[in-house]
Unconditional design. Structure first.
Length: 398
């Protein structure tokens, strides 16, 4: 996307649902309906756009084992009432799925394969099903093994080295070990996330992007804890490492439900939409790292994306770094000493807002686009760590 022969790619609009907690306000809503809702909202918010001009809908989803299993992007197109001629494709890069969808859509527009694309992601962790493997022989005598698909690996290949397949929380503990990140630092980071998110909602900062679902009573992000404190967080026990652990439910992102989507166009598509864009896509990057150190995945991805964009950390106006765990986010910041932490997640992060896996990448990309539009100019960055050891980053500008 830095090649001069490629087309400019514009983010015209970005929407998301409020993020629901596990078993909470969106738990009764199917993921394909959540996806259809944000797709429809984008179309409705651009009345000059003929829905038949949408060349593709690309959505990220990390699970794919439940009600979203039949290419949720295509199902969203149909459920949203778009013309049946509009195709849909679903992509999976785990926690980076929503951002991967945006990058793939931007690439299609940049190369001329498409002019108008909707990209985003969806996840219902509440409705993620239990699955079971088929028996390897007929008429097994024992009870079948059931695996929850809500989060993490299941049916792990025994050829995988044990150090690669530790839990996500233990991976966060390893990052804390590597950088000497204390429990107190993690709790303070988590508290700041809640405080910033609560303040952003109070100030109306999310009004331009959040579109509540139907007649749901959920009007704002459900996992923000305005009344929490360092004292309350300190009372929580470590979850993943009983002896000497620092990672708790309070300094980790919760389990969530939600959907997000962006409208991307080239110049011709921009004229068809008839709106001023929020931002322009500048560069992206994805990298790999040892699976157990997945939390540090964004470190190199961000460096490569900035290098492609010919930018430095000082050039950034705002940064959305997905907070899978406080330890993970702090570990990344420790490796970016040039980045001013005050620029990171100014409206709160996933510890407070929530982390519906397949939607989070699109949520933070949309957040950056809206922040740049409200600022009037500048450059922004969205980045996520990804389970099984990857990192991804996207640079936007206005």
């Amino acid at each position: 996307m830095t090649n001069d022969r490629l087309r400019d790619v514009y983010v015209v609009d970005a929407v998301r649902t409020p993020v629901g907690k596990y078993g909470g306000g969106l738990a009764t809503v199917r993921p394909d309906d959540l996806a259809a809702h944000v797709v429809r909202a984008l179309v409705d918010r651009s009345p000059e756009l003929d829905p038949a001009r949408v060349d593709d809908v690309v959505l990220g989803n990390a699970n794919g084992a439940g009600e979203e299993n039949r290419d949720v992007a295509r199902m969203a197109v149909l459920l949203a009432g778009l013309p049946v001629t509009v195709p849909g494709s679903t992509v999976n890069r785990l926690c980076g799925s929503g951002l991967e969808a945006v990058v793939q859509a931007a690439r299609a527009v940049a190369t001329g394969d498409a002019s108008v694309v909707i990209a985003g992601g969806v996840e219902s962790m509440s409705r993620a099903p239990w699955v079971m493997p088929k028996p390897e022989r007929a008429f097994p005598a024992g009870a079948p093994d059931l695996h929850s698909t809500t989060l993490g690996w299941r049916m792990v290949n025994p050829r995988m080295p044990a150090e690669w397949t530790v839990s996500l929380g233990e991976g966060a503990e390893l990052v804390a070990d590597r950088h000497g990140i204390t429990r107190e630092q993690q709790d303070a980071f988590a508290l700041a996330s809640h405080e910033k998110a609560a303040r952003a909602w109070k100030d109306g900062a999310y009004a331009a992007e959040v579109v509540p679902y139907g007649d749901s009573e959920l009007l704002r992000d459900e996992t923000i804890r305005e009344a929490t404190s360092l004292e309350a967080l300190a009372k929580l026990r470590p979850v993943f490492r009983k002896d000497g652990g620092t990672v708790t439910a309070g300094n980790s992102s919760p389990l969530n439900d939600g959907a997000a989507a962006l409208l991307l166009t080239d110049e011709a598509g921009l004229r068809a939409v008839g709106r001023e864009p929020l931002a322009r896509v500048r560069a992206s990057a994805v990298t790999g790292i040892e699976p157990q150190l997945f939390g540090l995945g964004p470190v190199e991805a961000v460096r490569r994306a900035l290098e492609k964009a010919r930018l430095r950390f000082d050039d950034l106006h705002t940064v959305e770094l997905n907070e899978a765990f406080a330890a993970q986010a702090l570990g990344c910041l420790a490796e970016w000493p040039e980045l001013d932490p005050a620029k990171v997640n100014p409206r709160g992060g996933a510890i407070a807002v929530g982390h519906p896996l397949g939607a989070s990448g699109a949520r933070i990309a949309g957040a950056v686009a809206h922040q740049l539009a409200q600022a009037g100019s500048g450059t922004g960055l969205a980045a996520l760590c990804i389970g099984v050891g990857q990192g991804q980053a996207l640079v936007l500008e206005r």
